[in-house]
Design a protein around this ligand. Structure first.
Ligand SMILES: Cc1cc2nc3c(=O)[nH]c(=O)nc-3n(C[C@H](O)[C@H](O)[C@H](O)COP(=O)(O)OP(=O)(O)OC[C@H]3O[C@@H](n4cnc5c(N)ncnc54)[C@H](O)[C@@H]3O)c2cc1C
Length: 390
């Protein structure tokens, strides 16, 4: 293949990306081929197998240091792996890399005991977690919380209702963010707690069926009583959840951007292949300029978005984690991926619309990308602020 502009930024990590792609081809593609064509999500035991196997090979949570069970690879390499997973089109590849159910940057700010007990099993893929931040009246405005954590002596009592929590049914741990009351009635910001899912008083409520088969859950906290060891970061973590969350957002958003770029590239590739083969009016449809328009516009958007994402990832490795950079990349990549999948489906006509076709699933799956990790509008608010407009 000819060198693309983004290959300039990929070259330094070619070896690990090649190794990951080989793992997908040799181990994951054959496993994925056994899944029923219309199954949106792989079964939990298969996901767990893929996660652990990938961790053993140094891919899953690869940027975590070796002493925590990771492989210590640069963040840019991790971003490239997420891109490769999306680009592969393999239904199991995304589960080979740590996502929103994997090791949380919040726990990196945990006490040494929390890191050993909770973070290390997550990095090794032995455990998954969920994050309970969103509430029925606190979505984009995430810290307008009504879930409370009240301190009495050494212990805390948590009460409230969280919503749209991913992975709550499979997680071993919940990271719960609550408005803090130090017992004197004065608010003390938001605090993040780590709770085992079998903690008395913590239970799953309603289940919401997502449009791509991934369920979300309500999480109910009814007089959940925990000790000081449940506060992430210990005494220093009290009231610090907002700052901790903001610190961790950039990386999460760049990972989503990379996944989106990969999905868009996959949609483009199968769109081009189809346009070369499919005949209409006696010629391949790729001969028609209206069809070329769909594919060339996607190519331009994907390449630009990939460059932006990789440049931001490099800045992170160089020590600059500007939230507005990650917001720009996530906004650009997620919006571009939604358009890329839509256009490729259009190029496929009815073939792409039929249940069981990869584009039919991707059309439903990619739609969440402009909502999760902050909506597109919220990314624009962040960029506008950085431009001095608010
Ligand atoms: C697939 C999926 C997985 C999720 N997983 C989790 C999870 O694991 N844990 C968790 O806690 N939450 C999770 N969420 C919830 C997610 O974080 C929220 O949906 C998201 O933050 C948006 O909140 P909302 O849905 O309440 O929308 P709202 O905040 O009500 O927003 C509605 C609309 O108003 C716009 N809007 C809001 N404020 C502004 C503003 N200031 N300027 C301009 N426009 C604005 C939004 O962009 C959006 O278009 C998940 C959601 C999805 C779809």
């Amino acid at each position: 293949m000819n060198a693309t502009p983004s290959s300039v930024l990929e070259d330094g990590h070619r070896e690990i990306v090649d190794a990951f792609e080989s793992f997908i081809r040799r181990e994951l593609v054959p496993l994925a081929a056994e899944l029923p064509e219309t199954a949106d999500q792989p079964p939990a035991d298969l996901r767990a197998y893929v996660r652990k196997r990938s961790a053993a090979l140094g891919f899953y949570a690869g940027d975590y240091p070796e002493e925590l069970g990771g492989a210590g690879i640069p963040f840019t390499a991790v971003v490239l792996l997420h891109h490769a997973a999306g680009r592969s089109g393999c239904a199991l590849a995304p589960y080979a890399l740590a996502g929103s159910d994997g090791p949380s940057p919040l726990l990196r700010k945990g006490t040494p005991e929390q890191i050993e007990r909770h973070l290390v099993p997550l990095v090794r893929g032995e455990q998954t977690r969920c994050l309970a931040l969103t509430e029925p009246h606190a979505g984009s405005d995430a810290f307008r919380l009504t879930t409370t954590a009240v301190r009495t002596g050494d212990s805390w009592e948590l009460n409230g209702r969280k919503t749209f929590v991913s992975n709550a049914d499979r997680a071993g741990l919940a990271l719960v963010v609550a408005a803090t009351d130090l017992g004197d009635g004065r608010p003390a910001g938001a605090t993040a707690f780590v709770l085992p899912m079998d903690q008395p008083g913590l239970r799953i409520g309603q289940r919401y069926e997502g449009m791509s088969g991934e369920p979300l859950f309500e999480l109910l906290l009814d007089r959940v009583t925990v000790g000081p060891d449940a506060v992430i970061g210990g005494e220093e973590g009290i009231g610090a959840a907002t700052a901790l969350a903001i610190d961790s957002l950039s990386r999460g958003r760049l990972v989503v951007a990379a996944t989106c770029n990969g999905i868009a590239e996959y949609a483009l590739r199968i769109g081009v292949e189809y346009a070369r083969e499919r005949q209409a009016f006696g010629r391949p449809i790729g001969d028609y300029q209206h069809v070329q328009e769909h594919l060339v516009t996607t190519r331009a958007e994907v390449e630009a978005s990939k460059l932006l994402t990789l440049a931001c990832a490099r800045l992170v490795d160089a020590g600059t984690e500007a939230p507005e950079n990650a917001a720009l990349a996530k906004l650009t990549a997620s919006e571009a991926a939604v358009r890329a999948v839509d256009r490729s489906l259009q190029v496929h006509g009815a073939t792409g619309w039929v249940r069981g076709h990869p584009l039919e699933f991707l059309y439903r799956h990619v739609r969440m990308m402009t909502i999760i990790e902050g909506t597109s509008e919220v990314q624009k608010v962040i960029v506008a602020r950085a431009m001095g407009l608010n």
